[in-house]
Ligand binder design. Structure first.
Ligand code: NAD
Length: 412
């Protein structure tokens, strides 16, 4: 199943529950605009290479569209389309005044020099500067992009349109970025985990956690959760899975990766297993926070966790999702679980527009407040409608987008 088909399936399950008419489904499923551009870039050796770039703007009924830019060889229109649609539902479920978009370039940035990535990024902005902007579509980092790309994008866009840092979020703090943006997604995963446990009636110290991926999301989730008394029994990255049944010392793991270029490779205070073993370890809560499509029909029967929080986008394929539901595994879907990042991106945009800076404490408090409210609304929808949290999250989100579409007067 392709990424867009999976999103469509989840959307339709919720739309069925809401009794959404067919014409409205079509309207809300299709993207408003899909742009494909050829991005020419001069290499360091003077040759010219071209790459395919995409920006899909899915929906703007609730506000300017918002979504990351991904640099990865697997980027294609189908993937970007699915991720753009997910952004509409993500911003709606946490009730940010935004729509959804996504973009990217089919490129492996690790195979380019920094200067080449900069030229590629500026060339991409030359192609799309007219369709992005603080009131229309605000990009942000995603896989393969970070502070540097956001700074180049702002700088290149401002050459056309003048000073306006709110055109992009995920900027360095020194360049109009928000304090707490870097930790926000992982912290949000931890906040959601704490809320879920309270609702289920389990104490954090009784909940053994395994986290796949120790990058931005995984490492910050591990930090927040270990500080909140969750025993983290395993973490993994591309180098392998590091397992300690009595709980890892996460401060020690973080110190190790900081000194080891972000990698867990060589970490000795745990048993090393193959990377994929993490998904099927004996634990209570599993947090896939690396890649999409990692829990499939092939491995789902071996997944032992009774709770899963989707740190990554789309880590569970629909066939596996169905089987997990049959086994009553509680799944917090990506559109809610990893919404901490876009929430603090929104705080960054607000600060840029007000020319005012918030303290880290304020960012953290507002993040906690926004995600706690969203979790509570989704939980209550799930109870009321007797559905899983994924369908409930889509129901809350679709209802908001439907209402905004109707209020705008498009539909009589
Ligand atoms: P990242 O590049 O910082 O980290 C990815 C981690 O996954 C790395 O530790 C990498 O080694 C590991 N990894 C890769 N392949 C693996 C494998 N086969 N097994 C185990 N580990 C593997 O990325 P990130 O920013 O942490 O994003 C992770 C996921 O979260 C992505 O799906 C991304 O779309 C999603 N997400 C990120 C954010 C954000 O703010 N960073 C927001 C929303 C969603």
């Amino acid at each position: 199943m392709k990424a867009f088909a999976a999103t469509e399936l989840y959307f339709n399950e919720a739309a069925d529950r809401l009794g959404l008419p067919d014409w409205l489904r079509t309207l809300l499923l299709a993207a408003k605009r899909e742009v494909t551009v050829q991005v020419a870039c001069e290499m360091d050796d003077g040759t010219i290479r071209t790459f395919m770039g995409y920006r899909v703007q899915h929906d703007n009924s609730r506000g300017p569209m918002k979504g990351g830019l991904r640099y990865h060889p697997s980027v294609d229109l189908d993937e970007v389309r699915a991720l753009a649609s997910l952004m509409t539902w993500k911003t709606a479920v946490v009730d940010l005044p935004y729509g959804g978009a996504k973009g990217g370039i089919a490129v492996d940035p690790k195979k380019l020099s920094r200067k080449e990535v900069e030229r590629l990024t500026r060339s991409f902005v030359d192609q799309i500067h007219d369709i992005i902007g603080p009131d229309t579509d605000i990009p942000a980092p995603d896989m393969g992009t970070g502070f540097a790309e956001m700074s180049w994008i702002r700088n290149q866009w401002e050459k056309y349109h003048g000073f306006n840092p709110a055109v992009i979020t995920g900027k360095p703090v020194e360049e109009y970025g928000a304090k707490g943006r870097e930790e926000a997604t992982g912290r949000g995963v931890g906040i959601i985990a704490s809320k879920m446990l309270k609702r289920i009636g389990i104490r954090p110290d009784q909940c053994r956690v395994a986290i796949q991926g120790f990058g931005n999301v995984g490492s910050h989730a591990a930090k927040y959760m270990s500080e909140s008394a969750f025993p983290i029994v395993a973490v993994s990255d591309v180098s392998g899975c590091y397992y300690a049944p009595d709980g890892l010392n996460i401060q020690d793991v973080l110190r190790y990766t900081l000194a080891n270029k972000g990698s867990l490779e060589g970490y000795e205070h745990a048993t090393k297993l193959p990377a994929d073993d993490l998904l099927t370890l004996d634990c209570d809560l599993l947090i896939p926070a690396a890649l999409g499509g990692v829990i499939t029909e092939d491995n789902v029967d071996r997944v032992k966790a009774k709770m899963i929080i989707e740190g990554a986008n789309g880590p569970i394929w629909p066939e596996a999702d169905r089987k997990l539901k049959e086994r009553n595994v509680t799944i917090v879907p990506d559109i809610l679980a990893n919404a901490g990042g876009v929430t603090v991106s929104y705080f960054e945009w607000v600060q840029n527009r007000q020319h005012y800076r918030w303290s880290l404490d304020r960012v953290r408090q507002e993040l906690d407040h926004t995600l706690s409210d969203a979790f509570e609304q989704v939980w209550q929808e799930a109870q009321r409608s007797q559905v899983g949290l994924r369908t409930a999250a889509f129901m809350v989100a679709i209802r908001r987008v439907q209402r905004a579409t109707e209020l705008a007067g498009f539909v009589s």
